[in-house]
Design a protein around this ligand. Sequence first.
Ligand code: F6R
Length: 365
Amino acid sequence: DKGNHRHFMAKEIYEQPETISHTLSHYVDMGAEKVAIRETLPFDFADLSRLTMSACGTAYYAGAIAKYWFERFARLPVDIDVASEFRYREPPLEKGGLSLFISQSGETADTLAALRYCAGQGQHVASLVNTLESTIARESGVVFPILCGPEIGVASTKALTAQLTALASLAIAAGRARGVLSAEQEAELVRALTALPSAVSAALGAEAQIIDISKRLSKAKDVLYLGRGAMFPVAMEGALKLKEISYIHAEGYAAGELKHGPIALVDEAMPVIVVAPSDELVDKTLSNMQEVAARGGKIILITDEDGAESVGHGVADIIKIPHVHSFVAPILATIPVQLLAYHTAVFMGTDVDQPRNLAKSVTVE
Ligand code: F6R
């Protein structure tokens, strides 16, 4: 049932304030301002020297964002790779290490093969899944549910924000176990998480403006997405989402890589979507953005009030998201990126929920 929405994807985008709240209620004790992991952990975060993550597509980008969190808030080194590469790379792994697999369906063939390789190497195997009665869940030592309800649209939306909410909670748990986060710091991060559902509702309010921008985006042949830090995987996710449902070619790049090649693509016909909410790195990304503007590139900036103020009047299209703690900003920034892809695809007239050549669950490699 699509409710009042034209597509399941739209319904699932709009469900996110509730689905994020639901995921949070599993992982967070809001009253105590603490993360409370209910699953029994067969390992201790304090003893780990490394976390290895593997996944495909959007689930991989969830892990790529979480890498910044585990490294920063738990000082835990993270290796992450797409499962189709990881499984054949057969990387050396220390016995007793932790491997974490992220999969909405729990049936993705490459992710499952990566999991079996890690189990064979004596790793603790954990998975983050939506479908609890799945092969990946069954073969995991510990299963972290993302609890977002069935996702019908082929393009993943609410599963991504649920994965991120759960991963953010795990990063806090790891930070506490490893003695990196004090109780006050944990409370600050938990408050940032609990502020998310209402911030997501507010971010959805930019829809009318996004429809207007999407109309122009639907005329583009190629689109570039730029981000720095945890916004870099958000940029890659934005490009993936646009490609898969609107069939417009798009690439996500680390903002600092622009001048090492992709800037050669920039001309008046090239929309460049810059994902840059205010944080300690925003000025660097905004200066990369100015380099694009100087070459006539059409900029669409996703930022908050402070970010918008620091660019002044130079940028025609600024999609504003509420100011949130920089910890959770990558979760919030996925919202306008989803809406842009969705509305561009609607203008293109593609089959949004069932894009050509794609399956919801990729059970063959
Ligand atoms: C993109 C998308 C895919 C999946 C990928 C992994 O919108 O939905 O890239 O994220 O196929 O699927 P799961 O999470 O089921 O392993």
